[in-house]
Design a protein around this ligand. Sequence first.
Ligand code: NAD
Length: 320
Amino acid sequence: MTRYAVTGCAGFIGSHLTEALLDRGHEVVGVDSFTAYYARERKESNLSSIRDAAGFTLIEDDLSTRPLMPLLSGVDGVFHLAAQAGVRDSWGDGFVAYVRDNLHATQRVFQAAAESGVRVVFASSSSVYGDAESYPTHEDVRPLPLSPYGVTKLACEHLAQSYVAGMGLDVVGMRYFSVYGPRQRPDMAFQRVIAALLDGRPFPLLGTGRQVRDFTYVGDVVAATLSAMELGRPGRIYNVGGGSPTSLLDAIHICERITGRQAILDRRPVARGDARRTSADVSRIASELAWRPRTTLAEGLAVQVDWALRHADQLAASGA
Ligand code: NAD
């Protein structure tokens, strides 16, 4: 049995990853501070199937302040997913939380992991690319983030390289591309589209809807992240993309077909910091980690809609 720490375990992706580790018979020490970015009830619900599982310990605390060495004692690897996610709130006064929960918390995790000699697999983002110089975008393309959020994620990647060079940290970074599926964060597009369709409410569409994203199903993201812990090359960064970039409008049409309802689009100006297009070159992760995306957008959205239908009351109560 192996014992892992998962930061951000109550979040969207972290809760799926924790579940997968427990299913494989591992022990998990989960850490989450239940930030107020979205409702605590949503995060409690994310944990509902694992909270009482044998082998799971939940520590509610803030990575930017709590002593981390005791947390890593007896741990074989750290999955560091905790962060202040989301592009739009990273402007203005919101930036303080991004510096604390992304940069400072990550520096503390890297420091403690380096001192403990423990591997870290951490979540970066396609946001580091901005409007990339080429598509599909290879990891070696120069990152040029368009948002303060993307800047903090890129800074975490640079920090990782500093800890590799200065303290011999064993670290692998994962650039996730627009992750979706059950428990998706309530600020993310599909969750809002599906909720609007099911309630017959207008969906505030930011921009033309022609922005293209390499949407990636959460189960595929979990598989990539597990492979990175096992097989990832030290110091490497990997793209984790769904493989069929799709415009937001086309994705909305898929949701319409699945729900049998027509979306009411409330057109709004484009959001600051949103890239026009993302598209992952996944040749590196395919050859080094034998990973490829397995879930088509239509399949993954059908699962997300089904989940949203089964949790409709709860989602409405927590403002999703
Ligand atoms: P999420 O907000 O659902 O989960 C993040 C969790 O981290 C939250 O539960 C939050 O309470 C916790 N957290 C934040 N700051 C903390 C701190 N200082 N100490 C302890 N816990 C803290 O977000 P998510 O969508 O699951 O994203 C997970 C990771 O993947 C993040 O690093 C995010 O930047 C990255 N990512 C996500 C996507 C996506 O499409 N969802 C895309 C690219 C990258």
